[in-house]
Design a binder for this molecule. Structure first.
Ligand code: SF4
Ligand code: SF4
Length: 457
């Protein structure tokens, strides 16, 4: 005899465990001092795929958001509410609270297969369940915060609550809200609040995977929302309503697809156990409208899914290309408002230009920085007067440097106008020759009449 029992619920638990473990340990993993994802307002930096970006490099954020939204469109068109059932924290923590804490540990609920029945009384146990979940919430919210305040800072900060009152306040208040959500709002959050639940139906097509009751096999039970029979006069559904009592959102999938259905497939598992006794597969399947009508396989490769996939690939490639162009130091150059300075040094007339250089170390290590200056096509024509020696910047640190560059010889003899020379700056770290950047600015040399006037003074 063939076994028709499906085990989507157990598979979901396995996915929950994997997702939770990854989400928990990911903030602790660092490569070259960088996290997989960290948006730190404290240090004004973004870590993405273990690369550090400063706030000046936040041009990557639109790509990340586009990637996020396109992934949602793609996954929803292909697999329907796969996110809701398999990875959404709301569903995961409802399972932990209702099925593990309330049912398995504290025995407030008598049966995991009946999620419809509410049990009155047992106030002591119910309070214990909420307190227990509040502690889980604190760990969960801490886990979420580690993506904004890295664990190495987070554990230091919570040791000094007086100095980090905001962080501690967010932790306890968000944990309280999350506890209220999971213990009180429960699936009402999915049905009435979650914006994704409300918009995802517009992304569905007739090939999108959904949880569907096979009316042809099982028989007609509903006419629209009106229930005609408990058990259909014709069809394989025996009217046991195991699919109804197991449903966490309290719906009857035999009435057709509904906004409330989170696609958890618990009804499919419940029905498979019943139908297996008759040597038949479940009447409730994870399939598409078209596949159930044509009794054919689900069509995964279709215009919409392929188009989303191609656009996703393009945006992902653009993100990788933009990310790989990351510079491990930033340098902005501003000239001073004065065109040039003329001075007498050792009876010699010297011409210098002043600039403000804004350096930033966008690497995760401390480096020693300096730079070279060269007029295009004229070697050994200028020298750096200030700063006179290299300087150190810690990871993420910025420094404003007043820079004075002096001509070491007569550059031009023009009595009509001041001459503008292209000036090339090569900035680099002394300890890592891979970190080098080039910038262009100008060096202004005065006309000869100005120099004559200066000499006559
Ligand atoms: S579990 Fe299956 S057989 Fe029982 S009521 Fe639901 S659809 Fe019908
Ligand atoms: S109808 Fe089925 S798949 Fe939908 S929420 Fe209820 S049990 Fe889950």
């Amino acid at each position: 005899m063939q076994n028709f029992i499906t085990n989507y619920t157990k598979k979901r638990y396995l996915v929950y465990s994997i997702v939770s473990i990854i989400a928990f340990i990911l903030p602790f993993i660092k490569i070259n001092g960088n996290h997989f994802f960290l948006l730190s307002f404290d240090h004004s930096k973004l870590n993405l795929f273990f690369i550090s970006f400063s706030t000046q490099e936040f041009y990557l954020m639109p790509f990340i958001l586009m990637l996020l939204f396109l992934s949602i469109f793609f996954i929803t068109t292909l697999g329907g509410r796969i996110w809701c059932a398999w990875t959404c924290p709301q569903t995961i923590f409802r399972v932990i609270y209702r099925d593990l804490i309330q049912t398995k540990i504290l025995k407030i609920r008598k049966n995991i297969n009946n999620k419809q029945k509410e049990y009155s009384g047992q106030y002591f146990k119910k309070t214990i369940a909420i307190i227990l979940f509040y502690f889980i919430s604190i760990i969960t919210i801490s886990n979420l915060l580690w993506y904004f305040v890295p664990p190495e800072d987070y554990f230091e900060y919570i040791k000094n609550p007086n100095e980090h009152f905001l962080l501690i306040g967010i932790l306890f208040f968000a944990s309280l809200l999350f506890t209220l959500d999971v213990t009180y709002l429960a699936e009402k959050f999915c049905v009435y609040i979650c914006p994704y639940a409300r918009v995802q139906s517009v992304m569905f097509d007739r090939d999108t995977m959904q949880v569907i009751y096979d009316e042809k096999r099982g028989g007609v039970i509903f006419d629209g929302k009106f229930k005609l029979h408990k058990k259909p006069p014709q069809g394989e559904c025996i009217g046991c309503e195991a699919c109804v009592s197991v449903c966490p959102t309290h719906i009857d999938i035999r009435a057709g697809m509904q906004l409330e259905c989170i696609n958890c497939l618990e009804c499919a598992d419940a029905c498979s156990k019943i139908q297996n006794k008759f040597n038949r597969p479940s009447l409730i399947n994870w399939t598409s409208v078209k596949a159930i009508e044509t009794r054919d396989k689900i069509k995964y490769f279709r215009f919409r899914t392929i188009a989303y996939f191609i656009v996703l690939l393009i945006v992902f490639t653009a993100l990788i290309i933009m990310g790989s162009k990351k510079e491990y130091m930033l340098l902005n150059i501003n000239r001073s408002s004065e065109l040039y300075q003329i001075s007498h040094i050792n009876d010699k007339v010297e011409i210098s230009n002043a600039y403000t250089f804004l350096f930033q170390n966008t690497d995760s290590k401390t480096h020693e920085y300096y730079f070279e200056a060269k007029i295009e096509g004229m070697d050994n024509s200028v020298e750096i007067v200030r700063p006179s020696k290299p300087f150190v910047l810690k990871a993420g640190e910025q420094a404003k440097k007043i820079v004075v560059i002096r001509a070491i010889k007569k550059l031009v003899n023009d009595d009509q106008k001041d001459i503008i020379f292209p000036l090339h700056i090569k900035a680099y770290t002394k300890d890592d020759n891979k970190i080098t950047i080039f910038r262009k600015t100008i060096f202004v040399y005065p006309k000869s009449t100005v120099l004559k006037e200066y000499n006559q003074k």
